[in-house]
Design a protein around this ligand. Structure first.
Ligand SMILES: [Zn+2]
Length: 439
């Protein structure tokens, strides 16, 4: 048998490579106006400067789902109210939602960073401690506390690529949306290419890959928030549809034709650059999202794309929850598919622990990435990382109890699942020597 605590000890002593966050830059959090993250639909969210930074990454959505009015949620994250007033606002909904992974992650972060769980008697002290924490270099401190050695960021602050001030700590994704939508004012401006026709726009896309791909850790496609995932085969260049799109005259079919063509080009460029492509699969952040119905077809819809682009490595994210069993079948079948559990441990903790057991007994262990917090606020990472550690421990201990793994085999999987697979599939592209951390 595994000696008491040895799997837990090994997991606690092993650093994560965190494969997915949306962290805004530390300099933005420290700036007087604070940081703003803009989602794929164009909605801007200010990252709170007080204790409600612990709520902004998803706990707030569970509170709204429990019945909290949207305007109260906005006040709870906004700058007007004091720490206790904010607590009074969330309190009626907090108890009912407290068992969810999102709220548990917020509580665990508060405990790790401030020594107390959220509550009426602790929120002012937690608020004070979090404000004190926010000083130059605090990202490195918080991530080290979370046991995170490196962190891969899909910036919601700068698109298509964030020139981070911490390249040895925060690896960056090259963003494919809005690039693959046929209109990207910032990329067009940066490239200096004036776009008249599709050939010009393809030159902008090429420029983005030439300029950023060798420094990016992955390309990231977030278009699940904007459209169904299915993309048709790329035929002839859709010149006419592109011109109509640029004039604002394209219908839905023409827009899809342009987007499918551009994404196909991006997938080929990513393959040429040896850059894996991360794709958001599964449920969407927030409540009442108009594209939620597409979520239940994501795995079927991505399959055609995966099979047409066999030279591209697809990192399929979020366990595709609630389609994880279909995702497992896809991962078992396609050599070019890797599964990423980012966000999943706080989204659906029990499903994720169960999935780890199913994955390890069905598909090669080398194709599983086990942690990303999906957060804009660095304060959210420690709690989520702790949830993931305990979930991974429960999954491996379960396989030992079921005699599927010997204790030594379970221990051998720990470094592979916590950082080895990520280092092999998504190697850092920058010089890591000055800033790399040893948790
Ligand atoms: Zn994300």
């Amino acid at each position: 048998m595994v000696a008491a605590g040895s799997l837990g000890d090994a997991i606690d002593a092993t650093p994560w490579v965190d494969t997915h966050e949306h962290l805004v830059e530390e300099r933005s959090r420290l700036a007087p106006g604070g940081a703003v993250a803009t989602g794929p639909e164009g909605t801007a969210t200010a990252v709170p400067g007080d204790w409600s930074a612990l709520l902004v990454d998803y706990a707030i959505h569970d509170l709204v789902c429990a019945g909290m009015p949207a305007q109260d949620a906005a006040m709870a994250l906004g700058p007007e109210l004091g720490p206790l007033e904010k607590w009074r606002l969330v309190e009626p909904w907090f108890a009912g939602a407290r068992n969810t992974g999102h709220l548990r992650a917020a509580d665990l972060s508060a405990e790790r960073l401030c020594g107390a769980a959220l509550g009426p008697d602790t929120c002012e002290e937690i608020d004070r401690r979090l404000r004190e924490l926010r000083d130059e270099g605090y990202y490195a401190h918080v991530l080290r506390d979370a046991g995170v050695a490196r962190c891969q960021v899909n910036s919601l602050e700068e698109d298509p690529f964030c020139e981070t001030a911490s390249p040895g700590l925060l690896d960056q994704d090259l963003s494919l949306v809005p690039l693959a939508l046929g209109r990207h004012p910032r990329a067009e401006e940066l490239s200096g290419i004036e776009v008249g026709d599709l050939a010009d726009y393809l030159a902008v896309v090429d420029w983005c890959f030439e300029t950023y791909a060798h420094r990016a850790v992955a390309a990231k496609c977030l278009w699940a928030y904007l459209r169904p995932l299915a993309a048709g085969p790329c035929g002839d260049a859709p010149d006419l549809a592109f011109r109509r799109l640029r004039r604002g005259e394209a219908d839905a079919g023409e827009r899809r034709q342009v987007e499918d063509f551009l994404l196909g080009r991006c997938l080929d460029l990513a393959a040429d650059a040896g850059l894996p492509v991360k794709v958001h699969l599964g449920t969407l952040a927030g409540v009442d999202h108009p594209r939620l119905r597409d979520v239940f077809a994501h795995v079927a819809h991505i399959t055609g794309l995966v099979q047409r682009h066999r030279s591209t490595t697809f990192v399929l994210m979020h366990m595709a929850w609630p389609q994880q069993e279909q995702l497992l079948a896809l991962a078992k079948h396609q050599p070019n598919v890797v599964v990423d559990l980012c966000w999943a441990w706080s989204l659906a903790p029990r499903s994720t622990a169960d999935f780890v057991q199913r994955f390890l007994t069905t598909a090669p262990a080398t194709k599983l990435l086990c942690f990303g917090g999906d957060s804009v606020a660095v304060e959210s990472v420690p709690g989520h990382a702790e949830l993931a550690r305990r979930g991974l421990q429960a999954a491996l201990e379960g396989l030992v109890e079921q005699r599927w793994l010997r204790p030594d085999e379970a221990l051998e999987l720990v470094p592979l699942l916590m950082h080895g697979n990520a280092e092999r599939v998504l190697p850092a592209r920058v010089n890591t020597e000055q800033e790399a951390l040893t948790p």
